[in-house]
Design a protein around this ligand. Structure first.
Ligand code: NDP
Length: 788
């Protein structure tokens, strides 16, 4: 047989190598040694480490390990550049972003080759996915720069942003961070991952070529310590981080109490659900993209296959067959499917995890194939015979390893899918659109792909629920993460409480029957677990009542009741609105009594506060069915439905002032958006809220949707912050206590809002809109195939 006939017979791939030379020439042009890019200039290289090609082990370049002084110099440059950059018109900023997008396109191949050399990902991916998405991101945000003031009136940029990115999508993560930050008018210091700094350094050159004013973008290379110097730097106003959940939590701890903005894009263990009516061949091709794209080193990788039992055997057989045709090898070969992992340490980590899984009884299948003799290569692996508690099912592997389990019913699929601390993404395969759209909202994840997977676009937000982090990248939500309300800078410290010395007085002096204010938990009044009461004094120090002194157990009961009421989130928005209107109506009915109670506690005329509280309930009743999502049109043949979903159970610790409005102004937006709440009212003046029980009971509020625990605000805030059943926590109080709340909220990465000792005048009508609504919600993007 001649050669052509042989090829037809075997259908084997021939080599299709991409030449590395242009990228190597670029490295040579820098003497293969790099300093940082600070204030528009290259610094002299300092202590360096080697950046290696993981496919060959060869050193590509020497990279400077950034010191605290380097970070400081970059912060100074970014600070100096900020006034000018933020004062440019949106059009001017947009032109720079456009120039960057264009320059990236003009040098797309150089970027792609350099990325594949440095990271080990197949050139097919860097050329066809990473770099085009990078350019798209800058184009998209060029437009946002220009339309910023219309889309976000009365908002300003944070200032100097510290951005820390991982090694799995080096340039793409840079684009996701830098494009929105610059569009919004911030200046940045970005630290690439130590394994993959090269495309960030090439990007610095692009910034130069685009004529970007010096100091607007600063690239400081280095290791974890450099990252710590960034997160701990007092001159940085916002931190944006992508990486492991562990480091994300450390950064939350490091920034607690500093007032720095924070967005975290962390790990995942995303389910890939295949129903029995799925187009199996398509689902298998999707799975190849879900878990073997980028060697499985993808935060949203579909790493947990959940396949319906009735098709499990057929599906796994076909999958194994497909796995045997995957090609692992030289990342610069254009017909390679799986390249090299980023570094030897990652190979070892994946192997160790597989060993640990096997010890727990997992069965590991790897197709029979040859790997290159050297380099960080691994075969694709399929793990079966696992149960939900196995390490390989619960932990992020970040390698080419798929873990498979089966389910019988859609309900079981949802339970298994949500049985994870993460909540980044999910994929659903079914030919039944009713089923797919029934399951999508039930999955606790920021992105859901239907009959497709790993789709990304600059116009569509991306980010996690639960321990996958908070904040979004891409879309309007992503831009919002780089802006804050202009009025925040004018906030003044909250005035110290004027507490009159307690007078011995008898609350029964008023001639009424003794009133015992209890807790309100699960729709019932409950005695405090402690059996203790705390006194409530008037502004002049007279004893005017007593409330229960709530403790850890009361909070636990309240959280349990709130979790049992999570169905509130699926109550129709119209019904939630009706209930809030009804609350307003019933409160209004008793306005004199409530006004008198406010006067008794604070000495101030309470009528205006009651009227405002009624108005605020009206405002959020009005919002319940209006603060909703969008439908995006990404360039793919899909629509992405951006659904506004509640956070979950929100703990609310009301400010000491304004006994009624202080609580109503915070619970109303949370309730309107579908979050059950555990409310700790003002500990100084709680009686206005304990008086609300009867209003709540007569307003059709389902049991468990509003729970109230009286007691010491700070003690109860700490318990709420540490409770893993609480998904969000809003705390109005001192700067020290706010820092404590942020620090204590780390275990399940709850989303927090704290007043940091500042006075938020909740009577101001600026608080009857999206300020708290945005904090009460998170956006889930559901990608649905659409159109021709
Ligand atoms: P890390 O979270 O450790 O690193 C991400 C970035 O943060 C890097 O730039 C890193 O620097 C920097 N960094 C490390 N420690 C600190 C610190 N204390 N303070 C500030 N910055 C810090 O991820 P790794 O790269 O080590 O990967 C480990 C695991 O994380 C992976 O196996 C995977 O499970 C997960 N991961 C998740 C990603 C995602 O997209 N969600 C992306 C990458 C990893 P340096 O590179 O020098 O360590």
């Amino acid at each position: 047989m001649n050669k052509i006939a042989q090829i037809f017979e075997s259908l084997d791939y021939g080599p299709a190598p991409e030449g590395p030379q242009p990228a190597l020439d670029w490295l040579d042009s820098h003497g293969k040694t790099f300093g940082h890019y600070i204030d528009g200039q290259w610094t002299k290289p300092g202590k360096t480490f080697s950046s290696d090609n993981p496919a060959t082990g060869a050193s590509l370049a020497q990279i400077t390990d950034g010191t605290a002084e380097d970070v400081d110099a970059a912060v100074k440059a970014a600070r100096a550049a900020f006034p000018l950059w933020s004062a440019l018109s949106g059009y001017e900023r947009g032109k720079y972003l456009y120039a960057i997008a264009r320059l990236i396109q003009k040098h797309a191949r150089l970027f792609a080759v350099l990325e594949s050399l440095d990271n080990g990902k197949p050139i097919r991916e860097s050329r066809d996915v990473d770099i085009p998405l990078v350019a798209r991101h800058f184009y998209h945000h060029a437009g946002w720069a220009q339309h910023l003031s219309r889309a976000f009136p009365d908002h300003v940029p944070y200032g100097v942003c510290g951005q820390i990115i991982p090694w799995n999508f080096p340039l793409l993560m840079l684009a996701w961070k830098i494009a929105p930050a610059l569009a919004a008018g911030n200046t940045v210091i970005l630290k690439p991952a130590e394994f993959t700094s090269l495309t960030a350094l090439l990007f610095a050159e692009i910034c130069d070529r685009a004529g970007l004013p010096k100091g607007v973008v600063n690239i400081v290379t280095g290791e974890g310590g450099t990252g710590q110097a960034i997160t701990g730097h007092p001159g940085i106003d916002k931190i944006a981080f992508t990486g492991s959940t562990e480091v994300g939590k450390a950064i939350r701890a490091a920034t607690a109490g500093t007032g720095k903005g924070l967005s975290l894009e962390l790990g995942g263990k995303s389910p890939y659900i295949v129903f029995e009516d799925a187009d199996i061949d398509s689902a298998i091709e999707g799975l190849v993209d879900a878990i073997w794209f980028n060697q499985g080193q993808v935060c949203c990788a579909g790493s947990r296959l959940l396949v319906q039992e009735s098709i499990e055997e057929r599906f796994i057989t076909k999958l194994k067959l497909r796995m045997s045709t995957l090609r692992v090898g030289d990342p610069l070969d254009k017909s390679v499917d799986i390249g090299a992992l980023v570094a030897q340490v990652q190979v070892t980590r994946v192997k160790d995890m597989l060993k640990a899984g096997a010890k727990e009884g997992a069965v590991i299948y790897e197709p029979d194939m040859d790997l290159p003799a050297k380099g960080c290569f691994l075969k694709p692996a399929l793990v079966t015979n696992v149960s939900p508690a196995n390490t390989l099912v619960t932990e992020e592997i970040f390698g080419p390893v798929l873990v498979a389990m089966s389910f019988r019913t859609p309900e079981e699929a949802v339970q298994l899918a949500n049985n994870t601390k993460y909540g980044l993404a999910a994929t659903i395969w079914s030919e039944n659109i009713n089923l797919a759209l029934d399951i999508a909202p039930k999955i606790k994840a920021g992105v859901v792909w239907i009959n497709g997977t790993n789709q990304f676009d600059a116009a569509v937000g991306f980010g996690g629920y639960k321990e996958s982090g908070y904040g979004r990248e891409g879309g309007k939500e992503g831009l919002a993460a780089y802006l804050k309300p202009a009025w925040e800078k004018d906030l003044k410290p909250a005035p110290a409480a004027k507490i009159a010395p307690a007078k011995a007085a008898n609350p029964l002096d008023n001639g009424h029957v003794d009133q015992t204010a209890k807790m309100y938990i699960g729709g019932k009044q409950a005695r405090p677990d402690s059996g203790y009461s705390r006194p409530v004094h008037s502004a002049t120090g007279a004893l005017i009542g007593e409330v229960g002194d709530g403790n850890r157990k009361d909070i636990r009961n309240a959280v349990e009741a709130a979790r049992a009421a999570l169905g509130w989130s699926t109550t129709a928005a119209h019904s939630r609105a009706q209930i809030l209107y009804f609350l307003a109506e019933n409160l209004d009915y008793r306005r004199e009594e409530f006004a008198a109670r406010i006067k008794a506690q604070t000495g101030e005329d309470g009528a205006a506060e009651v009227a405002l509280s009624v108005e605020r309930l009206f405002a959020f009743a009005g919002w319940a069915d209006k603060y909703d999502g969008a439908v995006h049109n990404p360039p793919q043949r899909t629509v992405a439905i951006a659904m506004v979903e509640p956070i979950g159970v929100i703990g609310i610790v009301a400010p000491p002032s304004r006994p009624l409005l202080g609580s109503i102004a915070l619970i109303a937006p949370a309730l309107a958006m579908g979050n059950p709440v555990v409310l700790v009212p003002s500990d100084r003046s709680p009686l206005s809220v304990t008086d609300l029980y009867q209003v709540i009971e007569t307003s059709d509020v389902p049991h468990g949707v509003i729970n109230i625990v009286t007691g010491d605000s700070i003690t109860l805030a700490k318990t709420l912050a540490e409770h893993d059943g609480v998904d969000g926590l809003w705390f109005a109080g001192s700067a020290e206590a706010s820092a404590m709340v942020e620090r204590a909220s780390i275990s399940n990465l709850k989303q927090t809002w704290t007043s940091r000792g500042l006075y938020y005048d909740l009577a101001d009508r600026r608080f009857e809109g999206d300020y708290f609504l945005s904090k009460a919600t998170q956006v889930k993007n559901v990608w649905v195939p659409y159109g021709a």
